[in-house]
Design a protein around this ligand. Structure first.
Ligand SMILES: [Cu+2]
Length: 130
């Protein structure tokens, strides 16, 4: 039978295990390099992937799915084509896309990070200006 103390210790152990399991994809954040940019065709959109625990950029991630649309302004159906561009800086991932009208665009990214079994999913918002 468990004493009150060992029950507490067990609970603590279980919650540690749970947070260790959760410490994964949520440890990474995508942020726009330029949160605001001019609208246009064939614009370069760059996002930075950071490890929130260390504050360091995360290089060599494989971004395998990217979607750009105007969901933040109620135009989720307004999707732009996206093509990857070579990275100029470790931890920065660049894409060629179209921002045809002024307003807010959401970039949804799915990435595989070295040593992280979970898929890292990021949503980044940039504003296109006239
Ligand atoms: Cu639109």
């Amino acid at each position: 039978m468990l004493s009150r103390f060992s029950t507490a210790a067990l609970a603590a152990t279980l919650s540690l295990a749970a947070s260790a399991a959760l410490a994964g994809a949520g440890d990474y954040a995508f942020d726009p390099v330029n949160p605001q940019m001019k609208k246009g065709e064939d614009v370069t959109l760059a996002v930075r992937l950071t490890n929130k625990q260390t504050g360091k950029p995360v290089p060599d991630a494989v971004v395998f799915k990217t979607r750009v649309d105007m969901a933040p302004d109620g135009m989720a159906e307004m999707e732009s084509p996206v093509a990857p561009l070579p990275s100029k800086e470790p931890g920065v991932y660049a894409f060629k896309t179209d921002l045809p009208m002024a307003g807010r665009y959401q970039i949804t990214l799915s990435a595989k990070v070295q040593g992280e079994p979970e898929t890292v999913i990021g949503k980044v918002i940039v504003t296109a200006t006239k």
